[in-house]
Design a protein. Structure first.
Length: 346
């Protein structure tokens, strides 16, 4: 049995959901591996040690605001790099906030972790928007692996579908509903709720990003599509801000009119690659007719459609979103990184 130590940057919604999941599922132990949380870092410092009691650090976080206050394992003011150095065989998990311009706070720690041979798993999109190419090159040189399913519209298996499921075919484009918060607001508007009230409901339900413009102005969707496009076609692809539109300008009358024709307005992210290899990424509210495979998606669901030459059109649809499902995607990436080559070719 091999233990896989995890060092986790960030202990908010996703970090705490990950700790709960590890406890609920007995550290995902199977005859080959067991996942062991050896350190958690928040803005106050860290807890680190081989036997961190997960339920205690969840309580300490709630009571004191930082895990660093744990009486036995807490380390106030310590940096993520110092913590990583204590666990040279660990997988580094970045579940800190998304800053797409600088990639901070995760990017510098990720670079350092990869250079030192750690594999890394991210739920944050920022580092992959700010420096996708650099991170991939570093990982190739260091022989490290990078998992980022949780950053591209969890729990849709978009990366697996294309990178494993369509290997050898040509992908000409893909589109999907990747931001549940925008589509939740549009769904509420369909039942007569005003945009402002639907936005407020989303805020109260705690589903908005820390910076809500990421959701409603289309940037969260744009970043997910960008990271997927870079993964499928080229790390050099960039966004053109003029093609990113969110839902804030969608009029209630437009939502009602679409409904009378049996259509739904949804925030769609798309990427098309032309014959010369140029990729056009767009995010915009569009009308989906009843025949569209994404029309049927309900609350909490995401979906994506991939157009290939040899396999035709592939459609994927997922249920549960939110921190728990995001933590599950992090676990899945860690287990895939840790797994011995399987008998089944995936
Ligand atoms: N929530 C979801 O369902 C979901 C789904 C997919 C992807 N994501 C992505 O996952 C990431 C985490 O999301 P979340 O909802 O868990 O965010 P969150 O609740 O805001 O938690 C962020 C955590 O990062 C910590 N942090 C911030 N700056 C730091 C720094 N400089 N050094 C150390 N720790 C720092 C915060 O510390 P304090 O606790 O001390 O403030 C907090 O614990 C985000 O990038 C988000 O876009 C989230």
């Amino acid at each position: 049995l091999r233990e896989v130590p995890l060092v986790v940057l960030g202990f908010g919604n996703v970090g705490q959901a990950l700790a709960r999941l590890l406890e609920e599922r007995d550290r995902f132990e199977n005859p080959e591996v067991r996942l062991v949380l050896v350190a958690v870092i928040d803005r106050g410092g860290a807890v680190a040690g081989k036997d961190i009691p997960l339920s205690e650090i969840l309580s300490i976080k709630k009571e004191k605001g930082t895990v660093a206050e744990h009486p036995r394992f807490g380390q106030c003011g310590v940096s993520a790099s110092q913590v990583l150095d204590q666990f040279p065989d660990s997988v580094f998990v970045d579940v800190s906030p998304t800053n797409a311009e600088t990639g901070a706070p995760g990017l510098s720690y990720l670079r350092r972790a990869i250079e030192r041979g750690h594999s890394v798993v991210l739920a944050s999109k920022g580092p992959l928007v700010a420096d996708f190419k650099g991170l991939m090159e570093l990982a190739r040189e260091a022989g490290s692996r990078i998992g980022y399913s949780a950053a591209v519209g969890t729990p849709l298996p978009s990366l697996e579908t294309v990178l494993l499921g369509t290997h050898g075919t040509r992908l000409s484009g893909f589109h999907g509903l990747f931001n549940e918060t925008s589509n939740r607001i549009l769904r509420e508007m369909e039942s007569g709720v005003s945009y402002d009230d639907a936005f407020e409901n989303a805020r109260q339900a705690g589903v908005l990003e820390a910076d809500p413009r990421l959701d409603i102005e289309g940037w969260d969707t744009a970043y997910k599509v960008l990271i997927l496009a870079r993964s499928f076609w080229s790390p050099e692809i960039e966004l053109d801000g003029r093609r990113i539109l969110g839902i804030s300008a969608v009029a209630a009358t437009a939502v009602t009119e679409a409904g009378t024709r049996g259509n739904k307005i949804r925030l769609l992210g798309s990427a098309e690659r032309n014959e010369s290899g140029v990729v056009d990424i767009r995010v915009e509210p569009v009308q989906l007719g009843p025949d569209d495979p994404l029309h049927a998606l309900g609350p909490g669901e995401k979906g994506a459609v991939f157009d290939t030459d040899l396999m035709g059109r592939l459609v994927i649809r997922s249920g549960k979103a939110g921190p728990h499902a995001t933590a599950a995607a992090v676990v899945k990436d860690v287990l895939n990184i840790a797994a011995h080559p399987s008998v089944i070719a995936i």
